[in-house]
Design a protein around this ligand. Sequence first.
Ligand code: KIV
Ligand code: ZN
Length: 514
Amino acid sequence: MSKSKAQSIMIFDTTLRDGEQSPGASMNIEEKLRIAYQLQKLNVDVIEAGFPIASDGDFEAVKKVAQTIKGPQIAGLSRAGDMDIDRAWEALKYAKDRGRIHTFIATSDIHMKYKLKMSEQQVIDTAVKAVKRAAGYTPNVEFSAEDAVRTRLPFLVKVVQAVIEAGATTVNIPDTVGYTIPTEYFNIIRYLKENVPNIEKAVISVHCHNDLGLSVANSLAAVQAGAGQVECTINGIGERAGNCSLEEVVMALRTRHDILPYTCNVNTEHLYPTSRMLSTITGIVVQPNKAIVGANAFAHEAGIHQHGVMMEKSTYEIMTPESIGLTQNKLVLGKHSGRHAFIQRLKELGYDLGKEDIEKAFVRFKSLADKKKEIFDEDLDAIVADEIVRVPERYKLVQMNVSSGTFAMPTATVQLEIDGKAKKTAVMGDGPVDATFKAIKTLTKSKATLVSFTVGAITGGTDAQGECTVRLEENGREALGQGAHSDIIVASAKAFINALNKLSSGVPQRGHQL
Ligand code: KIV
Ligand code: ZN
């Protein structure tokens, strides 16, 4: 293919569906909507917003995204059954002609025998019936042959041909278990291109899991073999070891356009803000050496490298930090920064806040700037997460005091506002955090148990804000709470209360009940 006629590859983002299936990544509707807005800015081609039949929370989230987001197509997942498909369309219909039903059934021997207990013919019949039902709602139907990589190729050919005949306009060939390697995957896609008689009537999509760390390489190999759509997630989150990382595949296409003559529509300067937003919302940290968006991805440590970069950036940099939206000068604001600079920076980070929220965030920013010399992007993320993005607050921290040390029995005195009424108690514990959590549990009468607790410094320096994430479980439901403060015990209390508010708000935090 000549360079001037580079083929455009569709980017199908499944952060809100497969990504949300990562342990600990569940998001509430408001959080999903914020990510969806960011995906709209990135200009992905398709947003898979959820699995509508999985839970009421998933249904509402898909519906809200379909109602709100303009531009990208909105997809919803459904198993190959009437109820799933009807429910998916019920949520997707608000996207009108941009709604896509994504239906799937497994096709590998191992899945058909042990999971589905179906014969080949039954699987084909079920797939065809599902695609026809979906096509009755919309011409935009995607079919996935789950575990396609471990499916016998002659059977995969039959399935793909049959679903295209039935009306599928996209056929997805997933590597569900992250098992393949680039040459093998290339050959599978090539085989389908050469052996499915009606293949030109549909776009071939690829969906790679990362169990062997090959999901991006496999996706690129599939593109070279003729795939027209890549399914991926921000930060590569997803089931088990995750999915193909959107930022990696997009930047590979852009950076190696010389040997990968393809384009895509993604506005890459939103990659970094999107990655950070997702990590702030889910509490899943990005490993520092992660390609493209890791904290060290553009850091040059060795003297010889630093020298080279100072002379000529391209000596050690194959992409510019600006191309992914990472501003060179990470220091953002200080005590004397005005409202205008503050709002501008929030916008650059992807936060479009209303007047009232800006006011709240600005007050918090000023108070932080009094304590801390330099305010960084990470501080602003924490302020927004802590102040603005809140579920209804049944419980509010009014004040607290903790005594601890090498001699005193750690004791926390905590005052909360619960349903508008002030309540106070003092409790001893094994340490200051334990005492604080016990005091909060006493006041709220909560039976929630602590699943995990992490605390870290948001930026460097002894004046850095502490950021705390807690995961609580109650009656089979989990909620993630976050809190930031220059005192880490206060940050821990805020995170604990945030998780309790999420549990009490009734918003399903673990979306998938299937
Ligand atoms: O990994 C997988 O096979 C899936 C399908 C539902 C597309 O996520
Ligand atoms: Zn998957």
